[in-house]
Design a protein around this ligand. Structure first.
Ligand code: HEC
Ligand code: HEC
Length: 225
């Protein structure tokens, strides 16, 4: 309970701090300005490549925050940095408004590639689909309850019961995101390679997660609608 209240107060501090600098962009201007982004993020922000994040339906506040972070090199991405650097503040606001106005697509049930996991070499396809279901169940539990033993916070506290995030606080929506991108994002937080601000909430949380937990929660989130 105390933990929940603490999280809530963190969320409130964030929402007031961030909403004051947030300005609404223009959706149709944003669509025109997103032409350099479509090759990787798709026409409407639903990327086809599983390591390129979907932006459709993401909160504009969060998209803006990330684009400024790429621009200022606060978030490391050799791919995104030069693209963000070329965007004005107005373009960032417009593009964010455009992606936020679109709907995120849903994902098919994930397939587990087990070439680098040494536990089970020869498994039948039914065993594999059981594996996926078990992993998703583990991920669901972690998402809702966290891990008391290792003190991993419950994701639901900030990312919401449906993975919808928190718009004014710029906590990202996660539902329907590609599992591969989620795994990469969580691993980057864990290994301290996503951003220069290394003691952010997500760094502290991901550092306590096992690789299996990262995979499980990512599969679960990718199936949330
Ligand atoms: C060459 C491919 C490519 C192009 C073109 C591209 N992006 Fe990206 N974008 C990426 C990749 C890859 C990432 C994930 C980086 C990472 O793993 O941290 C990303 C991440 C992002 C994120 C962060 C999403 C999140 O959930 O945190 C935003 C926002 C974004 N891109 C916006 C844009 C915009 C706006 C444009 C056009 C101006 C654009 N991108 C063009 C590849 C691309
Ligand atoms: C105390 C609030 C809080 C909790 C609890 C929390 N997150 Fe986050 N999460 C954030 C914030 C804030 C960000 C945005 C960080 C940034 O701006 O780079 C974020 C970002 C993320 C991202 C990157 C999204 C993207 O599009 O790049 C993922 C993935 C994620 N969180 C997963 C989780 C998972 C899984 C859990 C539970 C194990 C969790 N989070 C718990 C606040 C939280």
């Amino acid at each position: 309970m105390i933990k929940k209240l603490l999280l809530l107060s963190i969320a409130l501090v964030f929402s007031t701090a961030f909403s004051s600098v947030f300005a609404e962009g223009n959706i149709s201007a944003g669509k025109a300005k997103s032409s350099n982004c479509t090759s990787c993020h798709g026409d409407d922000g639903n990327s086809m490549m599983p390591t390129f994040p979907k932006l459709a339906g993401q909160h504009a506040e969060y998209i803006e925050k990330q684009l400024f972070a790429f621009k200022n090199n606060d978030r490391n991405s050799p791919m995104m940095a030069p693209l963000a650097m070329a965007l004005s503040k107005q373009s960032i606001e417009d593009i964010a408004a455009f992606y936020a106005s679109n709907k995120i697509s849903s994902n098919p049930l994930p397939v587990i590639y087990s070439d680098d996991d040494d536990e089970d070499e020869q498994v039948s396809s039914t065993d594999k689909s059981d594996d996926v279901k078990n992993l998703i169940a583990l991920g669901n539990n972690l998402y809702r309850n966290g891990n008391l033993k290792t003190k991993v916070s419950a994701c639901i506290a900030c990312h919401g019961p449906f993975g919808e995030g928190n718009k004014p606080a710029a906590f990202p929506s996660l539902k329907g995101q590609h599992a591969d991108y989620l795994i990469k994002a969580l691993t980057d937080f864990k290994k301290d390679s996503r951003s220069n601000i290394s003691n952010s909430m997500m760094h502290l949380i991901a550092r306590k997660m096992t690789e299996k937990e990262i995979q499980a929660v990512s599969y679960h989130i990718s199936m949330m609608k």
